[in-house]
Write a protein that binds this ligand. Structure first.
Ligand SMILES: C[S@@+](CC[C@H](N)C(=O)[O-])C[C@H]1O[C@@H](n2cnc3c(N)ncnc32)[C@H](O)[C@@H]1O
Length: 527
């Protein structure tokens, strides 16, 4: 008798899928997993216990069959064309110029699906670096056998070719019934193989082998641990100075410290550092800050923050006794237990000192039951934070210091602190946001916009850089883009972590920031 899988079986099945192919499914996909488990155990003549035990032995044919069911395979030619422009104009020429012995440049398309990505690489090589096409070798792999079969056939629908200009389509394809066949020369330039990104294979992932790697739109489906391991594997197999392209919504933040972030052609990508470390970045977690001000409609965000800070000092100067009701903060979304305890304690300490400066503010929560604040963190006369020597180089502490410098109006020092922080933690979204504020204040609106874009790319849930970018673009007269960012900021602010709002919100409460977005958005008028 065959039983339907229960929740425990599905949880076990999910864990095995993560282990074997990296893919992570949340509870909303349990019904689908149950169906697949049921189908696969019937197909193999097992009950689910037998099937799960058998799967544990890593039957590679069964894994490929499972991959057919479990993978998302959407792809098309020249997907995220900005990245192909950076590939053509930065990555390829640099890697070709790097070797003076004319040796081959190895390019990899990891998780290539039905082949559109590696074939787009080959077409790009012909279009932009035809003189060197003999020196470029393209390897592509995927786990899903149906996709590899399609890739090798190289016959594509109009939908797959939707981003190609008719010029490119005519040059590299010929009609074949209701589809298009890829030019044989291009087709023969890509080497396809079946491979699992989660598995080590020393011959394939040999040190320094690849010059350029595309690993796009696959890590987003992986568990964090498997994504870290895959990036580590890729980093080790890349030549120093080699380029890595991820999907446009994917970042290495929190996954790897082995790459420099690059920005050109309106896109982000990475360059492998000379020396790689096995350690991963531990992302600084952001802490609450006491809201101090109400909404103003300044054109310059930095002025708004400055005004909020001034208000604290004014209150402090004029009112030695409490003048307002204590601000109550939600404790439910307070800093999680597991995250950045040091920053939490520093922040609490800093907040305490700010509160002493400004008696109408009360600490968000008592200190009872918590670690003692770090007493050697103290606040300078100008209310910026003075870090003790042992914390002077810690990314979390540097970020806190940079924010406090912003609040004290010492922008040049804030900028220096952020640069120092980025030398230690290049993918720190908070540092880029603070730099955006500094650049804006220095009148460098373009520089500010780049830092906001970088912060928003590195942390897509970070609301403040979107808001700031919206305000900047409005000032620059780029109404359409400004609307987009303000709209996005409005959505993100509703979910934004309360502690992060306190740290970066310039003293404004969530509702005030949302209201600001809405007002700015409305002021921009209809499309
Ligand atoms: C959304 S497609 C991405 C295709 C292409 N890279 C792009 O960005 O257009 C994701 C691909 O990752 C593949 N994949 C998923 N897990 C994999 C693994 N563990 N090893 C190799 N490929 C995998 C899937 O089979 C699928 O073809």
């Amino acid at each position: 008798m065959i039983f339907s899988p229960g929740v425990d079986d599905i949880v076990r099945f999910r864990a095995q899928i993560v282990e074997i192919m990296g893919l992570y499914f949340d509870e909303s996909k349990f019904a689908t997993l149950a169906q697949i488990l049921h189908n696969r155990m019937l197909a193999n003549g097992f009950d689910h216990h037998q099937y799960l035990s058998w799967l544990n032995t890593n039957s590679s044919e069964e894994i490929r069959l499972l991959a057919r069911e479990l993978t998302v395979t959407e792809t098309y030619f020249l997907r995220n064309i900005d990245q192909f422009n950076a590939f053509a104009e930065i990555a390829l020429p640099q890697r070709l110029a790097f070797y003076d012995d004319n040796r081959k440049i190895n390019v990899l398309s990891a998780a290539c699906a039905s082949g559109e990505e590696p074939y787009s690489m080959a077409i790009t090589v012909h279009e932009h670096c035809a003189y060197a096409s003999d020196r470029i070798s393209i390897t592509a792999f995927d786990l899903n056998p149906a996709m590899l079969q399609k890739a090798k056939r190289a016959r594509y629908s109009t939908w797959s070719l939707r981003e190609l200009s008719s010029e490119l389509k005519n040059r590299w394809f010929k009609p074949d019934g209701d589809a298009f066949m890829l030019n044989d020369k291009v087709r023969n330039e890509v080497e396809f193989e079946s491979r699992n990104l989660t598995q080590d294979a020393l011959d394939f992932w040999s040190p320094g082998r690849f010059d350029i790697v595309f690993c796009r739109n696959v890590l987003m489906y992986f568990s964090n641990e498997q994504a870290q391991a895959a990036v580590d594997r890729i980093a080790r197999s890349m030549a120093p100075g080699g380029y890595l392209f991820l999907g446009h919504a994917e970042t290495l933040r929190g996954l790897s410290n082995d790459f420099h972030l690059c920005h050109s052609h309106d896109t982000f990508y990475y360059q492998r550092k000379e020396h790689i470390t096995p350690s991963f970045i531990v992302q600084p977690q952001l802490q609450r800050w006491q809201p101090t001000a109400s909404l103003t409609n300044d054109t310059s965000w930095i002025q708004a923050i400055q005004r909020a800070s001034d208000r604290i000092h004014a209150i402090h100067a004029s009112s030695p006794t409490p003048v307002a009701e204590p601000v109550t903060l939600e404790t439910t979304s307070y800093i999680g237990e597991s995250i950045a305890p040091d920053l939490y304690r520093v922040f609490e300490s800093f907040q305490h000192d700010m509160t002493t400066l400004s008696p109408n503010l009360s600490p968000a929560s008592g200190r009872e039951g918590r670690n003692e604040p770090l007493r050697d963190f103290n606040v300078n006369e100008d209310s910026s934070l003075n870090l003790p020597p042992q914390h002077a180089h810690d990314p979390d502490d540097l970020l806190l210091k940079a924010v406090s410098l912003i609040h004290s109006g010492t922008l040049a020092a804030a900028e220096v602190t952020c640069e120092e922080l980025l030398e230690r933690d290049e993918l720190n979204a908070g540092a880029h946001y603070v730099l955006a504020l500094c650049r804006e204040s220095a009148g460098d609106l373009d520089g500010a916009a780049v830092h906001d874009q970088t912060a928003a790319y590195l942390d897509p849930e970070f609301a403040m850089p979107r808001l700031h970018l919206g305000l900047l673009l409005r000032r620059k007269g780029e109404r359409e883009s400004a609307r987009g960012h303000l709209e996005q900021a409005m959505l993100l602010l509703q979910q934004e972590d309360a502690s992060r709002l306190l740290l970066f919100g310039g003293g404004f409460k969530r509702e005030a920031l949302i209201a600001l977005c809405r007002a700015e958005f409305t002021a921009l008028g209809e499309k």
